[in-house]
Design a protein around this ligand. Structure first.
Ligand code: MG
Length: 294
């Protein structure tokens, strides 16, 4: 095992936890009086625009396709697909690691290893105060997660029922209430945040339980930290394919097209707190062996 980059997940997970929107105002550290040695260039401020009822940006960097900006409100909306019944309350397979069965939060901490601040009520945990992450570290995996968007639905766009599933603590599969709620396509439910819109909008109404079934392959880095192969993700949202072995472009973040920072072969699963009380239940994971045969 290459131990050279084992410290990087810690740093990167701290950085990755900021995948968010304008509603997320991080506190600014108080500044002590100090001699001014240089006048920094003013930070570029993007202008939020509205296109067909969707709020986003058209002055952010372009996606690699050269057509759409990151969080571009003109990027086509995913087609709406009404899902059938799929994996809600799916019992974990015999070799699964059950991360949350409604009894306790013993598999979870906050991003700094402290007790998780989320609330546990009637077998459901509800996002609060900050992100949480698993104590265990995972590489390639199969992950089952169920979530429920709050009722009554309040807020618009990214402000309605926002949470997220962070693979390796840094690659966010967006959780959002996109039922009768438009947002920029690369930030929609089951999107790879800021990069890949979902192939379908399979959202159920707020208050109903929904499922993600995720298959994830970790990215691989060479000895100098160069990217050898990207991470790949497949996401079924309520049984509907939303990501199809999609290459991830790096750690996800607000207004970022994605950027890789080399890291080790495993990382935690994190769940985002983004100012909305999103409920979760029945979370389990199966580590998946790597098969080298063609
Ligand atoms: Mg989110």
């Amino acid at each position: 095992m290459n131990t050279k980059f084992l410290w990087l997940p810690v740093l990167a997970s701290v950085l990755a936890g900021s995948g968010c929107c304008t509603s997320c105002k991080l506190p600014v550290a108080s500044a002590k009086a100090a001699p001014v040695v240089a006048t920094p260039a003013p930070a570029r401020k993007n202008v939020e625009v509205m296109v067909d009822g969707v709020s986003g940006f058209q002055d952010t960097v372009l996606q690699p396709d050269g057509k759409w900006h990151v969080h571009d409100p003109a990027r086509p909306q995913p087609p709406i697909v009404s899902p059938g019944n799929f994996s809600q309350l799916a019992a974990p397979p015999s070799d699964a690691i059950v991360l949350f069965d409604g009894k306790d939060l013993s598999h979870w901490t906050d991003r700094n290893g402290n007790p998780p601040p989320w609330k546990l009520n009637d077998g459901v945990m509800v996002s609060a105060r900050q992100d949480i992450q698993t104590k265990e570290q995972f590489g390639d995996l199969q992950l089952h997660v169920e979530f429920r968007e709050p009722t009554l639905a309040t807020g618009e766009g990214q402000g309605r029922g926002n949470s997220g599933v962070f693979l390796m603590g840094r690659y966010e599969i967006q959780v959002l209430d996109c039922y009768d709620n438009k947002t920029y396509a690369d930030g929609a439910t089951a999107g790879v945040y800021g990069q890949h819109p979902p192939l379908a909008n399979a959202c159920l109404p707020p208050g109903e339980w929904q499922s993600y079934d995720i298959i994830f392959n970790v990215p691989h880095f060479g000895p100098a930290g160069e990217l050898l192969s990207p991470g790949y993700v497949t996401v079924l949202h309520n049984g509907v394919v939303a990501q199809n072995h999609q290459a991830i472009r790096g750690a996800t973040g607000w207004k970022s097209p994605g950027q890789y920072t080399p890291h080790g072969p495993t990382g935690p699963i994190a769940l985002q707190f983004h100012n909305n009380p999103v409920a979760f239940r029945n979370i389990w994971v199966r580590p998946v062996p790597v098969v080298d045969d063609p």
